[in-house]
Write a protein that binds this ligand. Structure first.
Ligand code: PLP
Length: 385
């Protein structure tokens, strides 16, 4: 049976040119970048060239890019440093953030290091911009706003410009988790004037175990990981040269082919929406999943009109990988808090949420197979009810 992968928001397959680049780097750039001999200098050069390439893709200075191990580490570095070293005593965030932001900000709040405020969300999971503005204006405390550019579960996009302007007007720092959008959307960070952003290479056809934090020059950070003083003293540890090379290649390709990728993936998502509406009566789209201006083109979050805790497993039996949108705990399916917050009350017990996420490697034929599988499962449920 052919396996079909529709879980690209979780991770993406490596681009063949990324593999080539990494293999080449493994063969030829094995020196320790801190060594002063030629092997070390070559490895160091690889890292610095990669940094320049990434920085120029975001229109920022190379020394504003700090390589880390992943998106989680980047977000931790930024949030924790803001509190420990930049005097932040209030964090404004939302209930829709990825766990690495949610857990980190919660810990800061629990330990009494900051006042933690959650911005309200409106219908369909949109950030309540008025509430954010009011909160920002309500206190003189040094504030960090941390709101994700795009939600990984339902795909909702944030209006970055609007939030940045509010932050600028009130003197707040602005961090945005761009893990789902880097390499998928054009991001001119200089023009956007955000203070901090994060990236994870495995979401854009790069390798796992490598990411970066964008840290605006003007801010004075200290490291979370201390030691040999790599990454300009901000993140010690021998650099992941192969990962950096792979990430920079993935980034370069993503930027070069962005328009082409977007139109291919967007067309697949449109096609999937049409086919779902035509074949699964009662299917619903979560958040702004069916609104192309307000949602990631890579993510389609749906609710099937029946409750089936094992739907992910049933799809897998047909060779299709999707994300179920709920986790089984003690025999009962628990819908994620993000989904719960956008679904009508009681809805989660009568529907089956599912996240279908696309990449350049998906095809229309694969969407047909997906819809047929969903139709069969749906018909089975309708026959029973
Ligand atoms: N932020 C968002 C929005 C994500 O989707 C993810 C991963 O799913 C992360 C952060 C964490 O990234 P990583 O897997 O590189 O730690």
């Amino acid at each position: 049976m052919k396996k079909i992968y529709f879980d690209n928001a979780a991770t993406t397959p490596l681009h063949p040119e990324v593999i080539e680049e990494m293999v080449d780097c493994m063969k030829n750039n094995y020196g320790n970048p801190s060594s002063t001999h030629v092997f070390g200098r070559e490895a160091k050069a690889k890292i610095e060239l990669s940094r320049k390439k990434i920085a120029s893709g975001l229109n920022v200075a190379a020394n504003e890019i700090i390589f880390t191990s992943c998106g989680t580490e980047s977000n931790n570095l930024i949030i924790r440093s803001c509190v420990e070293y930049l005097g932040v005593t209030r964090i404004i965030t939302s209930d829709l953030e990825h766990k690495c932001v949610k857990e980190t900000t919660s810990e800061m709040g629990r330990l009494g290091k900051v006042e933690l405020q959650k911005v309200k969300t409106c219908e369909r999971g949109e950030i309540d911009y008025n509430d954010l503005e009011q909160k920002l204006k309500s206190s003189d405390k040094k504030t960090l706003v941390t709101l994700m550019h795009a939600n990984n579960e339902i795909g909702n996009l944030l209006d970055l410009k609007k939030v940045q302007q509010m932050c600028e007007e009130t003197g707040a720092l602005f961090h945005t988790d761009t893990v789902q959008t880097m390499g998928h959307y054009p991001l001119d960070l200089k023009e956007l004037k955000v203070d901090f952003a994060s990236c994870s290479a495995h979401k854009l056809h790069g390798p796992k175990g490598i990411g970066f934090a964008y840290i605006k020059k003007s801010t004075g950070f200290h490291p979370q990981i201390t030691g040999g003083g790599q990454e300009r003293g901000l993140r010690s540890g021998t650099e992941n040269v192969y990962g950096v090379a792979g990430m920079s290649k993935a980034f370069e390709l993503a930027i070069r082919d962005m328009d082409e990728h977007k139109s291919h993936i967007e067309a697949l998502k449109r096609y999937a929406i049409e086919k779902l509406k035509a074949n699964i009566p009662g299917v619903e789209f979560n958040g702004f999943s069916d609104d192309f201006d307000k949602s990631l083109y890579t993510v389609l979050s749906i609710c099937l009109p029946f409750s089936d805790n094992l739907i992910g497993f049933e799809m897998e039996l047909q060779g299709i990988a999707v994300s179920q949108g709920s986790a089984c705990s003690s025999g009962a399916a628990q819908v994620s808090p993000v989904l719960e917050s956008v679904l009508e009350e009681g809805k989660s017990s009568v529907c089956s949420p599912m996240r279908i996420s696309f990449s350049i490697y998906n095809t229309k034929e694969e969407v047909d197979v997906l819809i047929d599988a969903l139709k069969n499962i749906s018909n089975k449920h309708l026959a029973v009810s």
